[in-house]
Design a protein around this ligand. Sequence first.
Ligand SMILES: *Cc1c(COP(=O)(O)O)cnc(C)c1O
Length: 417
Amino acid sequence: MTLQTPASHSAKTDDAVWASIAQEEERQEVQLELIASENHASKEVMAAMGTALTNKYAEGYPGRRYYGGCEFVDEVEDLARNRARELFGSERANVQPHSGTQANMAAFMSMLDPGDKVLAMSLDHGGHLSHGHTKNFSGVFYDFHSYGVEPGTERLDMDKVREQALALRPKLVIAGASAYSRPIDFAAFASIAKEVDALFMVDMAHIAGLVAGGVHESPVPHADVVTLTTHKTLRGPRGGMILCPKERIVKINSALFPGGQGGPLMHVIAAKAIAFREAQQESFKRYAAEVVANASALADGLSDAGIRIVSGGTDNHVMLLDVGSVGLSGAAAEDALHRVNITCNKNLIPFDERPPMEASGIRLGTAAITTRGLDVTDMGHLAGWISEILRSPEDEATIKRVAGAVSELTTRRPIYA
Ligand SMILES: *Cc1c(COP(=O)(O)O)cnc(C)c1O
């Protein structure tokens, strides 16, 4: 089989665009990607997205389409759905959401009426904008309330969540976050939802790959609906997905199409199918375990170097560094690390006193660097470099030396070898 790889860039005439694409590919190779929501998809996953499937309209679902000529894309979507169900042990799957936010939109539409009360994690404490940000559709159409972590422990206290749910009586309780480094107790959430007669949804966008790899408890047995992204720890193409028991799938399907989307991106669904097969391999289980081992080694190294980690460490792929502890804002820390080709993002920490554009934290994740083969020994070095830069962000000699060490490592561990 010959794959049309995007890297071959054959028949290129649009030099302006291809030049920028080439530079972006080079940027990814030479930088250490610590943005916790990013990863490096395989060549085969990327190849599927550069195929003629992008030309096909396929509104509807396999066997029930609004367009002719869907016989082969039906096969592709069936492969994706069946692999997703096997991978996560879910009765049903919808693989059409264009993104995690679109998946959430369909999930909410299938369970809520406008104005209904929802209880979800506070955005300031690690939640996601699709969980009730005032400018997001979620905050515009539904009545979102939030729970957060406790001062001191910086962890969720399920007794407090229960008290809030009892007082609020929401129609839906949501668990799941973008910047929470501790395991989420899905059984406790489910029992709280049951007690207040609410539905329970888990948004496992960040941890889907850890769940697939068996290193984080699965929410599937506990939740009425599970949404996720396919491009974060799961390492597939950019996109979303919804998992649910069979009695919910009809409503979910119609909330997604025609409710919130038109034609599905069949080239991306093909890439999702490929990624799910990759995630079923033993090698992916090892990958997921290494992601967690690397995160914990990195957090240990940084703590030993005197940088405070929110909640004291991590049990998954992500950690929040309180860079106020070394006298920097999150924005300044992000800039300083960028100068030595270490990429991350500034992030609010719980009870942050700085505004979001400055923030007191940076968020680091190990999904992408683990994909390119970095191990716990490398994490020791990386923790040292990060700490040196954060302590001497303006020192030219330090910047030069660390940038050189980063370059040596990225050259030794190419992404697309
Ligand atoms: C990343 C993320 C999403 C949405 O992802 P997009 O694909 O960017 O829309 C949703 N929920 C959580 C918790 C996330 O971290």
